[in-house]
Design a protein around this ligand. Structure first.
Ligand code: 2BA
Length: 146
């Protein structure tokens, strides 16, 4: 059996673990909050990336952020959803990882984030690295080391 040392394992490129962009639910700059909430609800994800027309990463939007934005004193103001733009609600200060990075960097970032957006030099969105995928790889590695 071929075993991999933990040092080698941590140096594996993240490229092979990425969920590619075409499989990732996202919204675009300029979309309204109603559309974003629809996509989030339909896909079941709590947060998704926001991209521009050139597929560059601009931020992340979550159902929690949208609900928070329309929370009035007495009730949730759903009627405001069509007039709100994702641009004004999304989180812009987000962790990203370069496509050429290694497993170790991904692991470090996923401690505090459920997923990390993967970009190239031009900030083009290439996909995401999720906790689930990374945990699956860790499990495989730990079980083979037994
Ligand atoms: P959450 O939406 O909070 O999902 C947390 C975990 O729940 C996911 O972990 C996954 O194991 C499960 N889960 C949620 N919705 C699912 C669905 N529709 N189908 C299958 N499993 C689902 P991870 O897979 O590690 O994902 C971490 C986070 O990455 C997710 O957090 C979501 O924000 C984002 N994500 C994952 N896959 C995505 C995709 N294809 N498109 C957009 N965002 C995605």
């Amino acid at each position: 059996m071929i075993t991999v040392s933990s040092k080698d394992f941590l140096q594996i490129p993240i490229l092979e673990f990425i969920i590619s962009a075409e499989k990732v639910a996202h919204v675009q700059l300029g979309n309204n909050a109603e559309h974003a909430l629809l996509v989030l609800t339909k896909t079941g994800y709590s947060s998704i990336p926001v991209l521009d027309v050139k597929y560059r990463l601009q931020g992340l939007i979550s159902s929690q952020q949208i609900t928070d934005e329309i929370l009035g004193l007495e009730h949730i103001e759903y009627e405001r959803l069509p007039d709100l733009k994702v641009d004004d609600i999304m989180k812009k200060d987000i962790a990203v990882i370069h496509v050429d990075e290694k497993f170790q960097k991904g692991l470090d970032l996923l401690v505090d984030n459920p997923y990390i957006c993967v970009v190239d030099d031009e900030k083009t969105f290439l996909g995401i690295l999720t906790r689930r995928v990374i945990l699956k790889q860790m499990k495989k590695y730990l079980y083979q080391a037994q």
